[in-house]
Design a protein around this ligand. Structure first.
Ligand code: DGL
Length: 278
């Protein structure tokens, strides 16, 4: 039997919203989603068994993204009514293909917050930390080209940083943050210096306390959690009832204990984690 593709117009309003990332990083987006949409249920998939995505080839990221989307639609206890790709790398590689695969499903992606950074910057010199996959993608280059002349962007591929966050390797994380912020250049609010830093990977907000110490006071650090959550609210055609208490289901292809610890630490969530084999 072939099932009709799920549509947010026909699915009951209480169906969950799917969220996925290569690992724990997308919890930074889930946090913003919960704040914006407290009545909604969410199912979060961390593909930690296959992380990091940022230094893999595009085909691999596309294949994993398709498997996860399929899983959330077909094998979840309730099929999702919308999908948030809480990963810049997977958005760049796969969002257009997922939209082709599932035309009735609202799909929201994440991209480095360059436009908000232009609005915040006075010196119009902006640093961008992101994965190699994001920075090399056609989608990112098109975004950069569309903003030509509005600011100068210094883009730094941050190999290994998402992995260090994933593994909670604080020594490596601090060393990499030092190396990459140093490579971007001089941060300050003075003319000609970089006064705004974009965190273009959803893992990096979890290193913000270290990154903040490495840039001058007054330098603005921008991520995408809140705008993505607002966009999700806008595209949802079926909202949960306002008296519903939003439930969070966490799943991982990696170590459930690591995702449980990250969710407890960053989202104050005390919940069991389901192990997925995908
Ligand atoms: N958190 C992801 C992103 O926003 C990917 C990090 C990785 O797996 O390399 O790009």
């Amino acid at each position: 039997m072939t099932l009709a593709p799920p549509s947010s117009d026909t699915l009951p309003r209480q169906h969950p919203i799917g969220v996925f990332d290569s690992g724990v990083g997308g919890l930074s987006i889930l946090k913003a989603l919960r704040a914006e949409l407290p009545f909604e249920d969410f199912v979060y998939v961390a593909d930690s068994g296959f992380a990091p995505y940022g230094e893999r080839d595009e085909g691999f990221v596309v294949e994993r993204s398709r498997l996860i989307a399929r899983h959330l639609l077909d094998h979840n206890h309730l099929p999702i009514k919308a999908l948030v790709i809480a990963c810049n790398t997977a958005t760049a590689a796969a969002i257009h293909l997922l939209r082709q695969d599932h035309p009735a499903l609202p799909i929201i992606g994440v991209e480095p917050a360059l436009k908000p950074a232009i609005a915040l910057s006075h010196t119009k010199r902006i640093g961008v930390m992101a994965t190699r996959g994001t920075l090399n993608s056609r989608k990112f280059r098109t975004l950069l080209d569309s903003l030509a002349g509005q600011a100068s962007f210094i883009c730094q591929p941050c190999d290994g940083l998402a992995d260090a966050i994933e593994r909670r390797d604080t020594t490596k994380l601090i060393a990499l943050c030092q190396e990459y912020t140093g490579a971007i250049g001089q941060f300050s609010t003075q003319t000609n210096d970089i006064d705004t830093l974009v965190l273009g990977c959803t893992h990096y907000p979890f290193a913000i306390e270290h990154i903040r110490k490495l840039v001058a006071p007054g330098v603005q650090i921008v991520d995408n959690g809140a705008p993505v959550a607002r966009q999700t609210r806008r595209v949802l055609t079926q909202h949960a009832n306002a008296d519903h208490t939003g439930q969070i289901t966490l799943c991982t292809t990696g170590d459930p204990a690591l995702l449980a610890q990250a969710a407890a630490r960053w989202l104050d969530l005390d919940t069991s984690v389901e192990k997925l084999t995908l």
